[in-house]
Structure formats: C-alpha cells, structure tokens
Design a protein around this ligand. Sequence first.
Ligand SMILES: Cc1ncc(COP(=O)(O)O)c(C=O)c1O
Length: 352
Amino acid sequence: MKLKDLETPALIIDELVMEENMDHMMAMLEDTRIQLRPHYKTHKSPDLAWLQIEKGAKGITCSKLSEAEDLVKAGIYDILIANQVVQKSKIARLASLAGMCHMTVCVDSEQNIRDLSAAACLAGSVIHCYVELDIGMKRCGVNTFEEFYQLAALLEELPGVSYDGIQAYAGNLAHEYDVDKREAAIEANEERLRQLIAYLDQRGIKNREVSGCSTGSVYMKKYSSVYTELQPGSYIFLDMAYRGMKTAFKNSLYVLATVISAGPDHFVIDAGVKSICPDQGNPGLDGIEFESVSLSEEHTAFYGPHSLKVGDMVKVVPGHCCSTVNLYDEMYLLDGDTVIDRIPVVGRGKAR
Ligand SMILES: Cc1ncc(COP(=O)(O)O)c(C=O)c1O
C-alpha cells in the first residue's frame, strides 16, 4: 500500500527518521553512566517500547497503572510509573503487578507509602519507590529536604516497599525556548539535587537513582549530571512545540490530511481537533510559514500564501505529538511512500 492510498486523516511515521532519533539518543548517552528509560506517553505502543529496549533503553517510563499492565503483558520487565498511584483498588492492582516485574512508582505522601506497603505485604511483592521532589513544575512532589528525608526513611523502614531514588521532572522547562534561561535553571536544579543527595547521605540514606528529564534538555545531561536515568518521550517523533527548542531530533510523525477547500490565501484540511491535538500549540507544515492557523472539530484552516489545491494530500506536523497519538487507534509506519506496517496504539485512552 502507498501513502496516497491511505484514507485521511491518518497518523503516519517516517520509520527511518524515527529510528535515527532513537539511535541519536543512544549515541548521546554513550560513554556516560546515564541510562535511558523513555516515556511510553509519546507512542503508547508496546512494539515501539520494545524497539527502544532493543536499542539500549534500560526499561520504560509510563504515567498510568493501566499502561504498566499493558507493558507487563507485552513482556517488558523494568517499569516506572512516573506518577502517584493512590486509590486503594489501584494500589491492590499495582501490588499484584509488582509480583510480575520490577515495578517502580513515585510517592510524595506518608499515607500513600503506608498503603503501598500494606498492599505489597498482602500480595507478597515489593514496590520500588522514588520520592518525588518538586523542582519547579509545581505539580507533584515534596518541597523540602526534611519532608523528602522523612518519606525516604519510612520507605527504608516499612516492609513491601523500598527507597530507590529521586523523581525530579522539570516539565516547566520542557519548552523553555530561551537557551540561557533554560540552561541556568537546569544547572540550579542539578545543584539542588546534589545538595539533597548529600543531605540524605549525612542521615544514613544512600541514594541510587535520580530520574527525570525531557527531550529538550537531554543534550545537557551528556556533559555532567546528577541524573542516572532519563525519561524523554517526544524525541522519537517531535512536534511543532519542540521545533522551537531547536533540538537535534527530527520530525518523524505526521497527520496525513486532504485539502478539502482552498482559496488564494488559505486552505482547509479534513482534520481538526479530533485528529490533531492543539494542547501545546498549533500544527504546521514543513517548509511553509502561515500567518495564522485555526482549528475546529473537523477542520484546520491555514491562512497565508500557498500553492495547494483541493484533493492534495498534506503531511501535518502536530502541535503536540503525545496527545495527538492518543486520538488514533493505529499509526502507519512508512518507508518512503510505502506503508510497511500498522502499529496499534494500545495505550490509547488508558487514563486509569
Ligand atoms: C514525568 C515525565 N517524564 C518525562 C516526560 C517526557 O517529556 P517529553 O515528551 O517532553 O520528552 C514527561 C512529559 O510530560 C513527563 O510528564
């Protein structure tokens, strides 16, 4: 099957570019002691998770328990849920899953640790835990070293759980386009983490892992970093939001769409917010600058000079790759303009 035979909108991946992105990431971390634990949130595909492991990733990061269950089903062993799992019924599922794999989860409250410990003891498993430190995102995580120490010490004391390290994800810097500002903030975070490790060490707690990082800051980790494992996701596909970061990675994911209406200064495609997620910005097309872009449910209108006509197919770069993937049941893998595989988006809608 050829690209032109696909019905649109369709989600397509340039296999060569995607694999180059994966290889480039591994090459960047070569000769460092930093390991890769890429985030499943981007592709939501156990097949692509396996490809990342075959290329050298130590394991996979995901966000949700239901995603972790799919990864275990697919035979993946070393899994981090970079999130807190709090509901009692979910903790029971997590404890049973921990009996089948090396399961790590993030924590930032005493009650949650006690609940994890009780469930793991019942299930006869061990739940590995990273205590989350808020390093500026103002999402989850404790704020002070004292709070951090109390939780790490509790993990060392209770049965069924273990203290395995620090979760420190600076999502607030993921799309900081000002390089100086970004690099200064990342350096300040690294220094704070070094101080935390020394603080824990003085109190008898040996730290093992420091986990975090996104696509736009990986290049800095190569030189010197306190991080031991990185969780980037978007680097395999990229999107318009990351284009502004000028990373070394290239776009490999596109929404294939058809031009359904065209005027001299604008054209409209058959894909709107049901097919291209705009949560991190507007979609774009390679090589064309638009004056503005407007999305509605089933349409996107691009305003500006163009030479497209009704019936033309276009390859749209989504504003945000991860949330766009979540809109599709499948992704088509391409070698040039030949469709070579169909990859199910197993994690689509797995929000629990
Ligand atoms: C905890 C965590 N780690 C890693 C990532 C990966 O970030 P990116 O896809 O920007 O590389 C995310 C993205 O939201 C995240 O929430």
